[in-house]
Design a protein around this ligand. Structure first.
Ligand code: DX5
Ligand code: ZN
Length: 216
């Protein structure tokens, strides 16, 4: 089953709890948590404290997308009873294999994200250890950017790698996802769909979640 993961990067932070409740009641499956350090990406978002403020307020699992350097130092602080995935960037991890094992040592599923210019082949020697591969369809750092079309081809390549070597691996797509392209993305092999501005920027957030779910 495909799942929808609205990104709270585009939520109204002054009303974060209420907005998360809205997407949960509308049927969203996962909360995508974008963590940016101002070094790996040219923007600073929020950290584990903000994510943890949602504990006890939502039953939805957290999908933590770490766009940070020195991920090993911070991984444990994102491990909570709601944390399903912790994803690191291949470009930011010198010892990627070790970092994946570290995430899994906490009983959390491990994901690796690929920037638009990074080939799927960087996952060649860790594929069997992965719970998730995240295809970035924008350059990470900001919500509301335009979808980069080459991501479609990367999704198909990863779907083929998944079928051959690790069928339980989830493929996630993140960046520029809209009602216009979501069906194409699921057809190309995306299992977990991130949508930020197209959900939280909608005039009716709840109706927008339902529109997405109908198309997936
Ligand atoms: C971008 C983040 C995304 C972002 C997506 O660096 O990783 O998760 O929130 O936002 P939209 O859906 O608006 O492109
Ligand atoms: Zn993200």
């Amino acid at each position: 089953m495909n799942r929808l993961a609205p990104s709270i990067l585009s939520a109204d932070f002054s009303r974060l709890g209420e907005e998360v409740k809205t997407i949960e009641e509308a049927g969203a499956h996962v909360i995508h948590v974008d963590v940016m350090d101002g070094h790996f990406v040219p923007n600073i978002s929020y950290g584990a404290t903000v994510m943890k403020s949602l504990l006890g307020k939502t039953g939805l699992p957290f999908d933590v997308h770490l766009m940070i350097e020195n991920a090993d130092r911070y991984i444990e602080s994102f491990v909570t009873e709601n944390t399903e995935y912790i994803t690191v960037h291949a470009e930011a991890c010198v010892h990627l294999h070790r970092t994946i094992q570290l995430i899994r040592s906490f009983g959390v599923k491990a994901g690796v994200a690929l920037n638009p210019a990074t080939p799927p082949s960087v996952l060649e020697y860790v594929l069997e250890d992965l719970d998730m591969a995240l295809v970035m369809s924008v350059n990470p750092g900001f919500g509301g950017q335009k979808f980069i079309p080459s991501a479609m081809d990367k999704l198909r390549t990863l779907a083929a790698m998944k079928a051959e070597r690790n069928p339980r691996m989830v493929i996630e797509v993140d960046g520029g996802v809209s009602l216009q392209n979501v069906s194409q993305l699921t057809e190309a092999g995306a299992d977990l769909i991130v949508a930020g501005s197209s959900v939280f920027g909608a005039p009716d957030i709840s109706a927008r979640v339902k529109e997405f779910l109908a198309l997936m």
